[in-house]
Design a protein around this ligand. Structure first.
Ligand code: SAM
Length: 269
């Protein structure tokens, strides 16, 4: 996969040289390029921002350096077919999810346009549609100073889904959000640490019981921490053990979705 990132702070992306993503770059799985937006300016001060039309606080990123930078990125894609995807990090974008990470992991070429100040002149986003499949994407419902942190998160989430990046691909299967639920709690040695014991079932060697316990913990955790996920979970074709786990936690399955029984206190599991 090729990834291009445009930013006024290219150094901000330095962590993408580390750890699994850094290794994926060395191994040729990820061909990642970071571009300095200021190198696409033409004035002496390398200006990238100006005051907003209509007044108001803050500055807006000027369209011309962005169009130059994005045109260069759109051209730099040997052998690729179709339009690359341009992710524009923005608190006003669609929410970044594991499902979107999977979708983006199937692309040949991703580009990221890191906004700063009050964001990028909207006409750039419209114009970019001629060259890219443009997607404004939000990391969450809060405001960051710039798109770089969002890009670090998105590149890591997408990059680790590429074949060969994570050593054991099975570890991707049971993770939080891979099946719409949060992951179960995990433990390692020693079996007793500061008087706290690892749940006995995990030491039992009974793989069926361990799987059942883990599934129950997934439901319990999701119910406690992210009831919105559990209510959206497709429970239509669940095996009997999963249905009873949900029942125990105070949920009935109505039209294929878990629905909390009114007044039922949540079980500690
Ligand atoms: N005025 C903008 C608004 O209210 O929608 C916020 C601008 S923010 C200070 C500057 C830049 O940070 C944005 O252009 C975007 O690139 C990035 N950013 C801020 N919050 C973000 C979020 N939740 N997700 C993704 N990017 C974000």
């Amino acid at each position: 996969m090729r990834i291009d990132v445009v930013s006024i702070f290219p150094e901000y992306l330095a962590p993408l040289e580390l750890s699994l993503i850094g290794k994926a770059r060395q191994d040729g799985i990820l061909d990642l390029h970071v571009h300095d937006l200021r190198s696409f300016t033409t004035d002496r001060h390398r200006t990238v921002d100006d005051t907003p039309y209509g007044g108001g606080a803050g500055m807006v990123m000027k369209p011309e350096p962005w169009s130059q930078a994005l045109a260069a990125v759109a051209e730099a894609r040997p052998g690729h077919r179709g339009k690359p995807v341009l992710i524009v990090p923005s608190p006003a974008g669609e929410r970044f999810t594991q499902a979107l990470a999977h979708e983006l992991a199937g692309e040949e070429h991703l580009a990221f346009a890191c906004g700063r100040y009050e964001g990028i002149d909207e006409r750039v986003i419209e114009w970019a549609g001629e060259h890219f499949d443009v997607r404004p994407v939000s990391l969450g419902d809060y405001v960051l100073n710039g798109g770089e942190v969002a890009v670090l998160a998105m590149v890591e989430a997408v990059g680790r889904l590429l074949p060969g990046v994570v050593g054991n691909p099975e570890s991707l299967v049971e993770e939080s959000h891979s099946d719409g639920l949060l992951e179960y709690p995990v433990y390692t040695k020693p079996a007793v640490w500061r008087d706290r014991e690892v749940p006995a079932v995990l030491l039992s060697g009974n793989h069926g019981k361990i799987a059942q316990w883990r599934r129950h913990e997934q439901f319990r955790r999701t119910s406690e921490r992210r009831p919105d996920l559990l209510e959206a979970f497709d429970a239509g074709k669940l095996p009997r053990a999963d249905r009873s786990a949900l029942q125990e936690l105070g949920y009935d399955i109505v039209d294929g979705r878990p629905v909390r029984r009114p007044g039922k206190a949540e079980s500690a599991g």
